[in-house]
Write a protein that binds this ligand. Structure first.
Ligand code: FES
Length: 81
């Protein structure tokens, strides 16, 4: 897979074109993808697109990161912490 760079909360992150976004985030050490309305951390759970726990904003749209392929220059927002 071709190496690419994406932005996560404005920081450059190395990834591989076509890999799933959740994999790239986890490899970059990002464990919390978003927060529930009650403030609880959410991340990868089912890994197959059914639970919606892995939602992140990518290029301005909410996507399931476990089934969204990485593209060069993708801009991702996560709610870390
Ligand atoms: S981890 Fe369940 S939809 Fe992505």
């Amino acid at each position: 897979m071709k190496p690419v760079t994406i932005k996560v909360n404005g920081k450059s992150v190395r990834a591989r074109e076509g890999e799933m976004l959740a994999a790239a985030l986890l490899r970059a050490g990002i464990r919390v993808f978003r927060r529930s309305p009650q403030g609880q951390p959410r991340s990868l759970f089912c890994g197959m697109g059914t639970c919606f726990e892995c939602l992140v904003k990518a290029d301005g749209r909410w996507v399931r990161s476990c089934i969204t392929p990485v593209k060069e220059g993708m801009e991702v927002e996560v709610e870390e912490g």
